[in-house]
Write a protein that binds this ligand. Structure first.
Ligand code: FCB
Length: 469
């Protein structure tokens, strides 16, 4: 991208009054302080400390020290002009065993963080589960076991009772697809199991946990939502075999979660695709009614598209683990194809139009629910200049394109009310360790110095309305 077009990025972008602009992080990716204040181990601690699981053997033990530096970090958010901060609560920090009394020291951290945000005029937007299951619950069987859903609902009820007076909108889960299918299917995420039937059960119990928690939150007078990662899934050609591959992947990626949560049923074709894997006997009467408890908001995380083929010859889906176990139970024959679009440092295709498509699809095919983009962003190999500035024109271009896609969705009548950039900071990118930088703010991992990249200033100007004449 040239300097000239950079200066134009953002011009003409206009969002409705009250549209919320924020940025996101997640506990294990930023907090560090892994054993401070009685925090217990999560499945990500165990996984990251297992040789060969995370690139370079890196862990979230220290991460970017957000636990210790949260005041400085909130001040930076305020300087940048953020209106909301999406963070996650570490379940093992506030309830180390995954059951029983809350850990006061852990709860105090989030209480102080929320107060600091409110004092800075920034809306706290907490997520209750961003993948860090307390290890004792995994030892008892993890998400493939029904009891984990009950434990999650208890935790959700307890923590929202303490912090809920200062939070307008709660989110139960972040991206249950990743927890279930990367955690228990392909094993590239914690807990690293490779059991397709367990992955499908985990998906169900995550949604059940969400539904049970939603009931508790609503009974307590709180607003509840859930965040799902959606892809624009396209067939590589209009041959039947490719159309069927697209149907399958759309089924597992998108409809496996959207249908139960918003319609109260599993898609019949997905149940059929999974027939060899599971008989769905784990689904009990009444579960789907619980799972489809009406939502106050649906969070959509969007990064890229999937172009798929039903014939051999395709590659992996961009989540790592090609050649290993598949995150697509019952659909292992499907291959993923790269088109000619530019790629991010994750190897993900940049396809902003797909964001309009997925938002419009949710708005038209499912009952109306307020939508928020709760994650969108890109990794690039950012390097500070000799003058110390971090210029990231590719990220500005990515964000500009995707914000235009949001605007296009709103113009089509989609009830989109906010947008959170992933991520506020460079951080621990799961099995990629610290090798992939998604931040608006550059973090020097040696010194923990934070340096806003040009995209951070650009985003701040956009929020303040300075880019639109
Ligand atoms: C999403 C995760 C988030 C981050 C981005 C890049 O799947 O929710 O934690 O890793 O991808």
């Amino acid at each position: 991208m040239t300097t000239d077009s950079q200066t134009e990025a953002g011009t003409g972008l206009q969002f409705p009054t009250g549209f919320l602009f924020g940025a996101a992080t997640a506990a294990y990716q930023v907090e560090g302080a892994a054993t401070v204040g009685g925090r217990g181990p999560s499945i990500w601690d165990t996984f990251a400390h297992t040789p060969g699981r995370v690139l370079g053997g890196e862990t979230g033990d220290v991460a970017i020290e957000h636990h210790q530096r949260y005041r400085e970090d909130v001040a930076l958010m305020a300087d940048l002009g953020l209106q909301a901060y999406r963070f996650s609560i570490s379940w093992p920090r506030v309830q180390p065993d995954g059951s029983g009394a809350l850990n006061t020291a852990g709860v105090d951290f989030y209480s102080r963080l929320i107060d600091e945000l409110l004092a800075a005029g920034i809306e706290p937007w907490p997520t209750l589960y961003h993948w860090d299951l307390p290890q004792p619950l995994e030892d008892a069987g993890g998400w493939p076991e029904r009891d984990t859903a009950e434990r999650f609902a208890d935790y959700a009820g307890a923590i929202t009772a303490v912090l809920g007076d200062r939070v307008r909108q709660w989110t139960t889960l972040n991206e249950p697809w990743c927890s279930a299918f990367l955690g228990y299917g392909s094993g590239v995420h914690a807990p690293g199991r490779t059991d397709p039937a367990a992955a499908v059960r985990a998906g169900h119990h995550l949604m059940l946990g969400h539904g049970l928690a939603a009931g508790r939150l609503k009974a307590g007078g709180h607003k509840v939502g859930v965040t799902i990662n959606l892809y624009d899934v396209l067939p590589v050609s209009d041959r039947d075999v490719d159309l069927d591959a697209a149907r399958r992947i759309d089924g597992l990626q998108n409809r496996f979660f959207l249908d139960p949560v918003l319609l109260g049923s599993y898609p019949a074709d997905v149940i059929e695709d999974l027939a060899e894997v599971t008989d769905f006997a784990h689904v009990q009467d009444g579960d789907l009614a619980v799972i489809s408890t009406p939502l106050d908001m649906l969070g959509v995380n969007y990064y890229s598209r999937h172009v798929v083929t039903g014939e051999a010859g395709g590659g992996d889906d961009g989540h790592g683990g090609s050649g290993g176990a598949s995150p697509w139970p019952g659909s292992e024959q499907v291959g993923f194809v790269k088109g000619d679009l530019p790629l991010t440092a994750m190897g993900w295709e940049i396809h902003a139009e797909g964001l309009t498509s997925v938002l419009e699809r949710v708005a038209t095919q499912y009952p109306s629910v307020p939508l928020y983009v709760t994650e969108n962003g890109a990794a690039f190999p950012d390097v500070p200049d000799a003058d110390g500035l971090v210029r990231d024109p590719d990220r500005i271009s990515y964000l500009d394109g995707h914000l235009r896609a949001c605007q296009a969705a709103i113009d089509l009548g989609v009830p989109l009310h906010g947008y959170f950039c992933w991520s506020l900071f460079d951080n621990f990118e799961w099995s990629w360790g610290y090798s992939r930088r998604f931040g608006l703010v550059y973090v020097d991992y040696e010194t923990q110095t934070r340096t806003p990249k040009s995209s951070a200033y650009w985003y701040g100007d956009l929020i303040r309305g300075r880019l639109t004449p």
